[in-house]
Ligand binder design. Structure first.
Ligand SMILES: [Fe+2]
Length: 190
């Protein structure tokens, strides 16, 4: 049984993203994915093989939805600013500069029908920005997301309507880079 994680920041304190938006997103959408993942796993445990394709597709969708939302909420609650230390060094190395990385990441937001992810790939030891449709369309095996920006309409429509770029700017103002750095360290530790 998977248990939904609580928010580690106060949604009232975010800049530009409302408490109502975050609460709906967390309590309804994220918790919904956790519950659906549990339901599917229970059916699989009972040996329901008649609907195996539907169950496995649902498992991937809801497991990925749960995981990406946890990374998304984990990355929020900070002051924006910029990454530091080894992560900043790696961004400069793999993208040329922080500005170039950010420009590509933001451009990905307009192309995404789900998520924009900053991933570390343990196969090529590089950082990549990936565009994901739904929760799992566009995943690259071995690439671990260290930061996730939710581009589903449910993430921003209440506050910004169709103005995606305003939401993206607000997201950047609330990134907790120390959390992203922690994730990066976890995957790059020898
Ligand atoms: Fe979402």
């Amino acid at each position: 049984m998977y248990k939904a994680k609580r928010l580690e920041f106060s949604p009232k304190k975010l800049k530009g993203i409302s408490e109502k938006q975050i609460k709906l997103h967390h309590d309804k959408h994220y918790v919904g994915y956790v519950n659906k993942r549990n339901k599917i796993e229970n059916k699989l445990k009972k040996g329901d093989l008649d609907h195996i394709r539907e169950l496995k597709k649902g498992e991937s969708h809801n497991a990925s939805g749960m995981i990406l939302h946890e990374i998304y909420f984990d990355c929020l609650g900070g002051k924006g600013l910029k990454p530091k230390g080894d992560l900043m060094k790696k961004i400069n190395e793999d993208f040329g500069s922080y500005a170039k990385w950010k420009k590509e990441f933001k451009a990905c937001a307009t192309a995404a029908r789900g998520w924009v992810l900053l991933c570390y790939d343990w196969r090529d030891h590089k950082l990549h920005n990936y565009v994901v449709d739904f929760h799992d369309g566009g995943a690259v095996w071995g690439a671990a997301p260290i930061m996730a920006m939710d581009m589903w309409e449910h993430a921003y429509y209440l506050d910004f309507g169709p103005e995606k770029t305003k939401y993206v700017d607000a997201f950047f103002k609330n990134i907790d880079w120390s959390k992203v750095e922690e994730m990066f360290e976890r995957y790059t530790e020898e």
